[in-house]
Design a protein around this ligand. Sequence first.
Ligand code: PMT
Length: 410
Amino acid sequence: MSNSSPLAGKRIVLGVGGGIAAYKSVELMRRLVDAGAFVSPVLTRASLRFVGKTTFSALGSEPVRTSLWDAADPIPHTRLAQQADAIILAPATADLIARYATGIADDLLTTTLVATKAPVVVVAAMHTEMWQHPSVVENIATLRKRGVVVIEPEVGRLAGGDNGVGRLAATEKVLAAVEELFSGGRGQILHGKKVLVTAGGTREAIDPVRYLGNRSSGKQGIAFAAAAATFGAEVTLVSTVPVPESLGLKVVSVESAQDMFDAVSTEAAQCDLVVMAAAVADFRCKEISPVKIKKSQGAPQVVLEPTPDILAFLGSAKPGHQVLVGFAAETGELEAEARRKLREKHADFIVANNVAEHDAGFAVDTNRVTLVYEGSALALDLADKRRIAEKVLGFVAEWARNKGVWKDQG
Ligand code: PMT
């Protein structure tokens, strides 16, 4: 994240609760500071059993505070509360959540929470049994009703060797949610929606060591999946490339066009939105050699056959509640080609990118696309692939609701 980040110059109070995940808030603080935010860490007494003040002082931008009484300032809580642009609680333990939900104000962090008008992001982390306890469920519902952003814990390894829901959400997810607060974002526009995204280039085997491939890095598809998750969707990402675990996404790993077809066709019918960002090979080898083809045998004759066209298949079987977004990688005649694909594959949108440009398309971090749909086209300026994904998803969600494809109001 650079200082063009929406976090640059923002004053953020990072409240650290007393849980084993407290060590992860150090990384969160560092990333917020890297993004240009002024971060005031407020450590609860319980958190000091897990992390030390020194670590936060060494990596932070503002003084670390642990008590209402340890600063020269007699009213640190009102000062912090008034100046904050946002407060993040990470980890938010069952105890901290309960105290915040009931308005208890008996230490610096809870008094700051009660005194603030700034948006608050609660990043919950605790054992599965605690997260599912009716008191925690009710407290979380109370906070949500008050407009608090709650980032739910993820499934994974917990303290003491247990497994289940309870892990602090990935740093990337928290950062994205906080960025969203400041970027005039459209909030949870995909809440309750199931979204399927494909990413990366397929590999079509020639023999056990060689394949036909393409230059897709998966960056654009992964950006769509991460943005959809931030917008509240339940996301499945079918990918040919490794996906950072920190994104906390459900990933189905595939290699060939046929693998991708199999994975997508089993998942798609239940999905409200499918985004086919993957660069799927159009052709594969008719016969795959079971053994490595030897150079000494001379150049092989490779006979190709078409792969299944996944987007066209989805278009032919599209349920009424589904929006289908395809891509088009073109080197010329951008809009005309995109419109042909829109028509022939029965998609609702085609995101067309000119892959001949050095700063757009394959493998780079930015993209410049034209969203082609019905009788219209919307050109989006060059932007980071994540911003492109957010803009496209925002537009598509609004279209789906206006058209009545999605019956909810978002
Ligand atoms: O991954 P990156 O490095 O970030 O690069 C991003 C990207 C350039 C790969 C991406 O933005 C993009 O354009 N993806 C689509 C590439 C592509 O395969 O375009 P196409 O014009 O050949 O295919 C049109 C559409 O049909 C695509 O949605 C494709 O997923 C789909 N398709 C194609 C062939 C096939 N057999 N099945 C398909 O579903």
